[in-house]
Design a protein around this ligand. Sequence first.
Ligand SMILES: [Zn+2]
Length: 246
Amino acid sequence: MRLEPFGLPPSGAQLTPAWHPSPNHGERKGCSRPDLVVLHYTAMECGHAAIRTLCNPETQVSAHYLIHADGAVCQLVEEQRRAWHAGAGSWGGVADVNSRSIGIELDNTGFTPFAAAQMDALEELLSDILGRWDIPAQNVIAHSDLAPGRKIDPGPRFDWQRLAHGGLSIWPSPNCAEIAPDPARFLSDLSTFGYQTDLETEIILDAFRLRFRPAARVRALEIADMKLAAALASTFPHRTSYTALV
Ligand SMILES: [Zn+2]
């Protein structure tokens, strides 16, 4: 279902997820609606333990959704509200990612593949969210994208190309021209895509490769990194669609 231009979006997913309300949420600040989706893994032994953490007022953390390994979807925070999943970091020059985003936790330790049923459920949920809020596929990002050097989830095992095939994320298609390794140009291109680049090049490179070149083995910046970054900058410059409150 597409959001009508002046219609009010519904309060949650159309998938009738199980409702596990978390007290950890607040008002969105500076914008009235989400225009990003941030994907995480829980890094806990099971989804039920993660829900206990995300619903404990002492932890001060939450997410809008958690998807169990068997594909069961739980909603913890209403989509209009600001959940507390992103923490310090930025994307597209905006630091308060929580106010702009919907957070989805995937029950996964970080050491095992993501279950097929879980990926199926994620695709269904993402399709629903992107349609209702009119969020572009390029605005589905990793926690590691917005917090380079601090977070690594959903990690190198997550199948971003599968999401891109379904129009639920993006994947760059470099042209044939070779680009010599050039840290300044690499960072400039990644900044255009959305990464914060006021960190050491190695930290940004690690975050970029977690998502786009998880099999890379050479430590130094390579031509392949340059070509992918250039394709991201030319095809998917970051953009926002949220409505400012002021
Ligand atoms: Zn995370």
